[in-house]
Design a protein around this ligand. Structure first.
Ligand code: COA
Length: 335
């Protein structure tokens, strides 16, 4: 971020669909087991949105909670990180803004898949640093279960649905809640590692229904995730003139508990500083980091004054990280 204005976290919200699907339920229709899913991924249950709940609905719930937490409905812009917008066209952010009573503000979607929330934070911080917006609502919302073939045991157990949000306001670099620096990257040559081949502009329809669902090369994704989140964390800490010992809470994208543990090991970070909620959420893509922040606030493991490092990795490939000192902010209740 340039001199002067910084983006400061001023509100937090989270929302999960009511329906909880446990591993035994999946094991009744897929060739898998609770034991396999738990030990290979750390996931016990995930929330799945009923068919009448869309990404916009989830984003509105989480967004309203973040506005309530911030104590004000006033924002100038909304950035929605999602890979599962309600429509291919238009983007979902304008509809979310409208349903929150914010019609008229700047609103756009950002798609960086599971890194979406960190990318959306960077986008919003840029709007604030550039003087384009004074307060921005940043939402990460994904109904990723809609992209999973229910008969594919390699993806269906991993992903869940949900939404999380923060309010950012203009402030100064040295106050609690100030975000930055940022570290963002991509490598499009690995797009095929996690992809939904059909349904986009390149191939609107495929005769093979499986091409309309996500396919994933799990082992390669696992390796990239560990390496990239480790690299990005180191680069960010270097830029901030900090060391791993200065990180009180490490909020990594909740893709697999073994990815988080391996990353912590590479970094020399004690495991008790990891924020982990994947056990009850699964991988919620762009919602993962704000949902983890909200859970950690609720259970008391994240407290004002903690230095928090957030790092994410996703399809694209994309990855990135940022830092803040946790301010006196608690999750608001959804409307
Ligand atoms: N239940 C039982 N067995 C399963 C299974 C399931 N749900 N899914 C895969 N298997 C099988 C495989 O078919 C394979 O069998 P084989 O040895 O007979 O070929 C075996 O388990 C091992 O598969 P592998 O893919 O090597 O396992 P893994 O240890 O790499 O774990 C993932 C698989 C998907 C959990 C892991 O690779 C992973 O988490 N990858 C990253 C996924 C991710 O984070 N994606 C989102 C990124 S943002």
């Amino acid at each position: 971020m340039t001199m002067g204005t910084s983006a400061v976290l001023a509100g937090l919200g989270a929302w999960l669909p009511q329906r909880v699907v446990d591993n035994d339920e999946l094991a009744r229709r897929l060739e898998t087991s609770d034991e396999w899913i738990r030990t290979r991924t750390g996931i016990r249950t995930r929330h799945i949105a009923d068919p009448d709940i869309s990404t916009v609905d989830m984003a509105v719930h989480a967004g309203s909670a973040a506005l309530r937490s911030a104590g004000s409905d006033v924002v100038d812009a909304l950035v929605l990180a999602t890979t599962t917008p309600d429509y291919l066209c238009p983007a979902s952010a304008p509809q979310v803004a409208s349903e929150l009573g914010l019609s008229g503000i700047a609103a756009m979607d950002v798609n960086a898949v599971c890194s979406g929330f960190v990318y959306a934070l960077a986008t919003a911080a840029g709007l604030i640093a550039g003087g384009i917006a004074g307060r921005v609502l940043v939402i990460g919302a994904d109904a990723f279960s809609r992209l999973c073939d229910p008969d594919d045991r390699t993806t269906a157990p991993i992903f869940g649905d949900g939404a999380g949000a923060v309010v950012l306001r203009a402030g100064t670099r040295d106050e609690p809640g100030a975000l930055g620096p940022f570290d963002l990257h991509s490598e499009g040559e690995h797009a095929g590692l996690l992809i939904v081949p059909a349904g986009g502009a390149k191939q609107r329809r495929s005769d093979d229904p499986r091409e309309h669902f996500v396919s994933m090369q799990g082992t390669a994704v696992f390796r990239h995730a560990c390496a990239r989140m480790t690299e990005s964390t180191r680069a960010l800490l270097d830029r901030a003139h900090l060391s791993v010992d200065d990180v009180d809470r490490f909020v990594g994208h909740q893709a697999n508990i073994r990815i988080l543990q391996a990353t912590a090991k590479h970094l020399g970070l004690p495991e008790e500083r990891l924020v982990v909620n994947i056990g009850h959420t699964g991988n919620t893509s762009a919602a993962s980091i704000p949902l983890a922040l909200a859970d950690a606030c609720e259970d008391g493991s994240l407290r004002p004054g903690h230095r928090v490092l957030m790092t994410a990795f996703g399809a694209g490939l994309t990855w990135g990280s940022t830092l803040l000192t946790w301010p006196d902010v608690k999750p608001g209740s959804p409307r």
